[in-house]
Design a protein around this ligand. Sequence first.
Ligand code: BGC
Length: 872
Amino acid sequence: MSTTRLLHLALLSGLLPWSWASSPAETLHPRDDEAFSPPYYPAPAGGWLSDWADAYEKAYRVVSNMTLAEKVNLTTGTGMFMGPCAGQTGSALRFGIPNLCLHDSPLGIRNSDHNTAFPPGVTVGATFDKDLMYQRGVELGEEARGKGVNVLLGPVVGPTFRKPRGGRNWEGFGADPSLQAIGGSLTIKGMQSTGAIACLKHFIGNEQEMHRESSVITQGYSSNIDDRTLHEIYLWPFAEGVRAGTGSVMMAYNDVNRSTCSQNSLLINGILKDELGFQGFVVTDWLAQLGGVSSALAGLDMSMPGDGAIPLLGDSYWGSELSRSVLNGTVPMERLNDMVTRIVATWYQMGQDQDYPLPNFSSNTLDETGPLYPGALISPTGVVNQYVNVQGDHNITAHAIARDAITLLKNNNHTLPLSTSDSLHIFGTDAGPNSNGLNSCTDQGCDNGVLTMGWGSGTSRLPYLVTPQEAIANLSSNAQFYITDTFPSVTPNSSDIALVFINADSGENYITVESNPGDRTTADLYAWHNGDDLVTAAAAKYSRVVVIIHTVGPLILESWIDLPSVQAVLIAHLPGQEAGYSLTDVLFGTYSPSGHLPYTIPYQESDYPSSVGLLDQVFGQIQDPFTETLYIDYRHFLNANITPRYPFGHGLSYTTFTYSAPVLTTITPLDTAYPPARATKGSTPSYPTTLPNPSEVAWPSTLTRIWRYLYPYLDDPSSITSNSTTASYPYPSGYSTTPKPAPRAGGAQGGNPALWDIAFSVQVTITNTGNYSGRAVAQLYVELPSSDVLGVDTPAKQLRQFEKTGTLTPGESQTVELNVTRKDLSIWDVVVQDWKVPVDGDGVTFWVGEGLGDLRVECAVGGTCAVVDSVS
Ligand code: BGC
């Protein structure tokens, strides 16, 4: 076989590193055995899409009149602990633009008060309920707005459970790109309907916590991802989030293909801004900026919290240094104008010019008064907390999510639901409160009592917590509690039922909990606090044991799952503040469980691909090659023909459902392999390119300087002369100011809009055939034709759509419609650099069912559509 043919095949399979795959002509690299991220310059300007036209028009009018200092102010944080929020920009008060507050978290307002602690992403994913996904987004947005948070730092769609032990998987919606995409985009739409700006994060490849971050002493790992895998797995939910109109995107800490995300020009300029047509602004993760000019040229728009290599020294890669690099001509004026226009346009796009509140809380203290700039050490003081109650009736949604996520893995002999008069013996600290008090651990960095969320920046304080212990005690007439993880000496009667609570925690790397540095290094994939032993001990004494698990992700259950007395097992995920009654709703049968697994539970950890283990190394940069390519979680289990203990999507109910009358309809014929040609790019704001007057960044004589605060000003700006030449600044290789041709896969927010044409629709009627009311989840999996049609192998089945029924009473039916887009049937063609479908959908099969192990309907394009027996 010729070299060219070999190369072509390797490219098609997506197996060559990105250096070859993304744009072969310009990216051949001498070390093809190493990952390499090709340069992509210049940064595309925002403002060319009609959905953002008004906002850009308004921004243009304002930015045209801004001084250099005002422009730089909006791009750069004022420094760590230099305000109430996790980060804040400088202001442009002449135009009514305040310091913009950027603050966590994706599940509630972090380090605040009178906020709701919603369940996190993984729990939301397990509901498979689009209405709840959206509604939680609305309420998060309302709370952000109520507290004066301009940019709420969420949702999370990366990490995506590539590494089952990864510390922050639980912040996202599950181990599947479409589940992440639907969860993320509905959250964004909900949040932004209130005027709050969403921040979709972490872009991209941040799949483990350890060694994520570069600093002056260490280098974060490099996630080495081939082009096809990037597009079909990791980029997928980001594309959907951009399509949903997210106002901002946060760059991850790590490198991708050896180029750090915060200044990776291919990722920001090429993929996010050109291919995905992103019109908002790109912000660093906290302290993830590693260079000033380099990041500006690579497309970064905002630096958070603004500090340079070492925080709290009062210096920055941007701030006054950005002023300098513009004045000396190194960073083109066009680039700065684009950064600021993107930020201001986003502010207008969400309507934040209309009475958006200023921050009325401080994440630094719960005291009413305190320093305004704690990082300054000596700071003016004032009222920092107004204790605004933003909870509204959001407990209703928080409760509904926690309840409708509860996933019944097993229920022998109809052990569940229980009766409130059953004799119940409850074991495990996970049923009870935190013995040190509510919110006693910073950022929930401990595992004490019922596990409501993981730890780190993705958390909030609990305004209150109803524990399972309290809820059961209130409802049951016959419950005894043993809130201990050591099995006590008990002598049960044969009618006693044991409820055993166990959990598994993880979180963000800056906190280590019980020797787990974010990732589950020490705990492995087992229950914490010897929870598995607790179950086994209970199973030895009781004939009926119900296990309730609060967990961040998959666990190995094998030491007890098949014990005869382990009759029922519930995964209650991470329930947030409503842990107690959401669980008793299901335990006592007021509601049937309707959650489904948003990840696979294997028999053993070695069933995962060997490449998805955690990486640890003392010296040098960790290279993390994504050699399993598309085959993470269930895609791997199907591909490797490994039967899991519980497949992705699994979830039982107290009732039963039948599927009938499936109909497959062609909506938009797929008469071409590639989408129709994209529209040409619209125009973008055009400003004078002349350099500003240096006096615009001279220190104002009236300013009272705050120590360590990051300002845009320079001591002697008039001494700076423009000397922009490639000799005076080592521009990155491939740097250019000539715009690239618009990528063919682009054309609108998220990509070519034709990718979202609905190609097929599957309708099916679901009937409750059991004795309880309940909700079914119809999950649609796509099976693409064999490799001779598309030229590449594809995962055997991929989730692309789902719909959850309303509550169906016994005998009741509902017809659901599952729409499948052109993109849902596409592979990323690494040579053509576009999405490719099998023409007319030939060879495509749709499967619909209650989980990958419980498929009920099979519809072949051009063939029959039929109810099938459950397949595993
Ligand atoms: C996290 C982000 C978070 C930021 C601000 C970082 O450590 O990775 O997710 O938004 O801090 O708190």
